[in-house]
Design a protein around this ligand. Structure first.
Ligand SMILES: [Zn+2]
Length: 185
């Protein structure tokens, strides 16, 4: 384990924050590392962070250079996608591929994922019906982490959509009676 990595949280999920993710700028409002793919660089060079919407530019960059959507560093041999059961079934994601460790850390860090009752605002995608069915993340009762080697990026209705190659392995995280997330399979 990396001695510089930060740990937090409780429960049975390994919650070590990878160094590259911990080194990301911290969003002052949420006190969370800002995901690399959610940085929208304006024409004047300033950066606008939108936690709910992935930057199309970063989506292309991530695909071309095989970078993790959370920390922005090069992906490993196995790459992971995180989403609900429907997304896993279709292997279709609005969020980019990630390092396994970054995905696991996000299960704890992101309040949208870590606690069931936390609802993410979805105003940005509600009126768009040009998207593949199932990928829009109405809050699922469980999260599936899929391991694969490859993916494709396509633009659908103006949004970058990631299509994962078949999964070699999946891990399942579900909410307990206290609405906390635990690995179940
Ligand atoms: Zn990463």
């Amino acid at each position: 384990m990396d001695p510089d990595a930060t740990t937090r949280g409780t429960g049975d999920v390994n919650r070590t924050i990878p160094e590259a993710l911990a080194a990301r700028p911290i969003d002052p409002k949420r006190n969370l590392p800002t995901p690399w793919a959610n940085e929208h660089v304006r024409d004047d060079g300033t950066v606008d962070v939108n936690f709910a919407v992935v930057s199309n530019e970063r989506a292309f960059e991530c695909t071309e250079l095989r970078l993790c959507g959370l920390c922005g560093e090069g992906l490993d041999y196995w790459i992971t996608f995180l989403g609900g059961p429907k997304a896993a079934e279709l292997r279709t994601y609005g969020d980019p591929p990630m390092h396994e460790a970054c995905a696991i850390a996000s299960l704890d860090l992101c309040p949208h994922l870590a606690v069931k009752r936390h609802k993410r605002r979805q105003v940005h995608r509600q009126d768009d019906d040009g998207l593949p069915p199932g990928w829009i993340d109405t809050k699922p009762d469980r999260w599936i982490l899929g391991y694969t080697r490859d993916f494709k990026l396509k633009m659908v209705g103006g949004y970058a959509i990631f299509f994962a190659a078949p999964f070699k392995q999946v891990r399942v995280f579900a909410y307990d009676d206290n609405e906390q997330l635990h690995e179940v399979a």
